[in-house]
Design a protein around this ligand. Structure first.
Ligand SMILES: NC(=O)C1=CN([C@@H]2O[C@H](COP(=O)(O)OP(=O)(O)OC[C@H]3O[C@@H](n4cnc5c(N)ncnc54)[C@H](O)[C@@H]3O)[C@@H](O)[C@H]2O)C=CC1
Ligand SMILES: O=C(CO)COP(=O)(O)O
Length: 367
């Protein structure tokens, strides 16, 4: 099998940009799938942010031992997965580019690719978070990718904890947001396995916004855990948080479907992240130890990155600039706690003040 850049007929070349916990697990799935899907090229290139592990390059370890010993230990890749330390090397000949770096690195990644990838490539983003726009707004990561690289970019978000998906002890689902039906079912095959069932919806923006916002709510659930408070508070944070997610999409990303919130990317991802995610774990420790999120990320996550606290900053930036913080009290107080402006107990008061809030009825979402 050649690892070179020459093309085999019209088989689609795949690149996965990112090799953290989720990046490695999803690249492993794709590399396995393309071996039996004839329309895809059998070599999958994965961009690895280069690091040294015991004096050896991570790319070298992955290519020799077929395992990402740092971010997905114990899970072997098939030999058709090739790790490269240069994102452009991975992406320049790709027809389908899977973006799966932590959202804080998207801008730099796009800079390294702009104008140098195939003009008819298709992107698919698994990245949860937003980008801050000058002038008070926020932008979806898939839109940033689309705008900077001049390619369409669809999304895949769902209730997927990387280690659980890799272990294949039970069946998980994930939601592919793709507004083109035929393309959606084409892309679905890359990710679908007997243990990861992909459903496709056309409502791309709602899928992506759900994926980003649930990390803020999960951060709030972690604060309740850290405070060792009654489960009643946790349930209320989940309910109020879910309502703010619906309201946020209704106000800022109108035109989506209310049903999308009941897909894997919505309520299910919110629940799984709030129970089993890194955001929850680190925000509980934030309350218990008094350390900063940066310190906790370094101490607890072995190179993995938190998405909830920076997403809270991005959302607060927009709510502040639009003078709408009072309409999103939960997102607002979680941001204030993350940034040290308020103590964690302020979340309890926020819940008490809003517990009787009536159901938010969307005005701009359709069934
Ligand atoms: N881990 C999970 O269970 C899931 C994660 N996601 C999302 O996937 C995206 C990627 O997350 P993970 O794969 O979990 O990553 P991760 O948080 O496990 O790992 C961090 C990654 O960032 C890389 N990195 C560090 N500094 C960098 C830099 N300056 N430039 C580029 N890369 C750098 C590290 O080498 C590593 O590959 C995130 O948006 C996350 O929310 C989505 C679903 C599940
Ligand atoms: O996005 C995730 C689950 O779908 C992962 O959540 P954490 O980043 O909190 O681990």
């Amino acid at each position: 099998m050649s690892h070179g850049s020459h093309r085999i007929s019209s088989k689609k070349h795949i690149a996965v940009l990112g090799s953290g916990g989720w990046g490695s697990v999803i690249a492993r799935i794709i590399a396995r799938n393309v071996l039996h899907l004839k329309r895809f090229h059998p070599i999958v290139k994965m961009y690895v942010f280069e690091e040294f592990i015991d004096g050896r390059k991570l790319t070298e370890i992955i290519n020799k031992e077929h395992e990402n010993r740092k971010y997905a230990p114990g899970y072997k890749f098939t030999k058709n997965l090739v790790a490269v330390s240069d994102a452009l090397d991975a992406a320049k000949h790709a027809d389908i580019i899977v973006f799966v770096v932590p959202h804080q690195f998207v801008d730099n990644l796009c800079k390294s690719l702009a104008g140098r990838i195939r003009p008819n490539a298709i992107g698919i983003s698994l990245i949860k978070g937003f980008d801050i726009k000058t002038g008070g707004g926020i932008e979806l990561i898939s839109h940033i990718i689309s705008t900077k690289l001049l390619i369409p970019c669809h999304v895949l978000m769902g209730a997927n904890i990387a280690g659980e998906v890799a272990a294949e002890k039970f069946v998980c689902t994930s939601t592919l947001g793709c507004k083109y039906k035929a393309r959606g079912s084409f892309l679905k095959d890359l990710f679908n396995t007997p243990h990861l069932k992909i459903t496709v919806v056309a409502d791309e923006d709602t899928v992506e916004v759900c994926g980003a916002l649930k990390n803020i709510v999960a951060t709030g659930v972690g604060f309740i855990d850290g405070l060792e408070e009654n489960n009643r508070y946790k349930e209320a944070v989940l309910r109020l948080g879910f309502m703010e997610m619906v309201q946020f999409v209704d106000v800022f990303f109108p035109g989506g479907n209310i049903s999308t919130f009941f897909e894997s990317c919505g309520i299910e991802d919110l629940i799984v992240t709030s129970f089993a995610g890194r955001n929850r774990k680190c925000s509980a420790a934030f309350v218990k130890t008094g350390k900063t999120f940066k310190e906790l990320e370094n101490e607890m996550l072995n190179g993995q990155k938190l998405q909830g606290p920076p997403t809270a900053v991005e959302v607060a930036y927009m709510l502040n600039s639009k003078d709408m913080t009072n309409k999103f009290p939960l997102f607002t107080v979680i941001h204030q706690i993350c940034t040290g402006k308020k103590p964690a107990k302020a979340l309890l008061k926020c819940v008490d003040d809003n517990i009787a809030r009536r159901v938010y009825l969307p005005k701009n979402l359709i069934p």
